[in-house]
Design a protein around this ligand. Structure first.
Ligand code: HPA
Length: 248
């Protein structure tokens, strides 16, 4: 690997393998807090060094509440990653968040529980209270927005990501509550990934692909068939944005 910038792409549901990578090597990275979810894939994409990580493993086996987010982030830090583009499949709560919309969220509400969600736990590192007013890196979000524009991909800039525990989807009442709390999107992996990146001072931004309307926001129940259709169509657009970002 060469150069000072090394972008990590962290893929989730629908992106456990990144198409088009020129793969140099793959390596499971061991850290003091365990191993990464899957081997880190060291590759070149559009002339840039990148590292790809499938956060649920490859094949997709780890549920969102069982992912070792701390090991994943430590592994990315260990190999010298300087910025992280996280890709998440999410449900859409507010009106603009229809299936296949891509949003770059700017805020988070965390509803997860019981996850190892800090390095500053008084065991691994001494207790510290970090600022998290702006959970995502503004410059990286702006660069992704410009990349989307350049690639002629519509996105919604700004949105509040509500992180739920999963692996089940939400009840209608939970989504009503989340909407009252100001959430636009609901997903299961946005936290603690974002805060752990901040604790390591690695700029982190998200491309959230809406793959279904959240519970109660459309007729009928949410089916995996609908989710898979939106994933198949939408992930190609996410990749166009990432390609445009790397080709800057
Ligand atoms: N809720 C939570 N996580 C999700 C959803 C949802 O509706 N869709 C995709 N990930």
């Amino acid at each position: 690997m060469s150069g000072s910038s090394l972008t990590a792409i962290v893929g989730g549901t629908g992106l456990t393998q990144y198409p088009g990578l020129n793969i140099e090597r793959e390596e499971i990275i061991e850290t003091p807090l365990g191993a990464s979810s899957s081997p880190l894939v060291f590759a070149n994409l559009h002339g840039q060094d990148v590292v790809f990580l499938a956060r649920h493993g490859h094949p997709h086996t780890l549920p969102p509440n069982k992912i070792n987010y701390r090991a994943n982030l430590l592994a990315l830090q260990k190999v010298g990653v300087t910025q992280i583009i996280a890709v998440n499949a999410v449900g859409g709560i507010t009106q603009a968040m229809d299936a296949e919309v891509i949003c770059i969220p700017d805020q988070i509400v965390d509803y997860t529980h019981g996850r190892e969600d800090t390095f500053f736990d008084g065991v691994f590192k001494p207790l510290e209270h970090i600022d998290f007013s702006h959970p995502y890196d503004g410059a990286l979000c702006d660069a992704l927005m410009l990349a989307a524009e350049k690639a002629n991909q519509d996105i919604v800039m700004k949105g509040v990501y509500g992180a739920t525990q999963g692996p089940r989807l939400e009840s209608i009442a939970e989504i009503v509550r989340m909407e009252k709390d100001g959430c636009d999107l609901v997903g299961m992996t946005g936290m603690p990934e974002a805060v752990l990146a901040r604790e390591l001072n690695i700029p982190y931004a998200c491309l959230s692909l809406v793959v279904n309307k959240a519970a109660g926001k459309s007729e009928g129940i949410i089916t995996m068939d609908d989710i898979h259709a939106a994933v198949d169509n939408g992930m190609a657009c996410v990749q166009k944005i990432i390609s445009s970002f790397l080709q800057k």
